[in-house]
Structure formats: C-alpha cells, structure tokens
Design a protein around this ligand. Sequence first.
Ligand code: ZN
Length: 69
Amino acid sequence: MRRYIIILAVAALSFAACNSPATKDAKATESAKPKGKYYCTMHPEITLNKPGTCSKCGMDLVERDTTGK
Ligand SMILES: [Zn+2]
C-alpha cells in the first residue's frame, strides 16, 4: 500500500512538472496575440501593421476586418 502511495505521489509530481511549461506556453501565446492590422489567413499569428507578406508562407497579408463581428 505504501508503494502505491509513492507511485501516486510521483505521478502527481510529474503531472505538475508537465503542467507548468504548458501554463507558460499558454501565457506566452496570450501575450503574443496578433496586434498588427494585417495578418496571414493561413498563419493568423503572423501580423504586420502595414501591408506585407507572411514570413512563413510568403502569402500577401490581408487587412484585418474591423467592421462588425
Ligand atoms: Zn502564412
């Protein structure tokens, strides 16, 4: 029974260890929210404040639709 508890504790610890980076990633993603007026339709995370092309696929960036929605 004691061994079972230790296994549970280790599992809980590794779960917490696995969880922290995910939490950090979520925060990083949140702070990296698209700000630019122009974005790539394939890669919304690629944005620019002026017309340009996506640094990932080279597609022309499209102007963000600010009307409605
Ligand atoms: Zn792209």
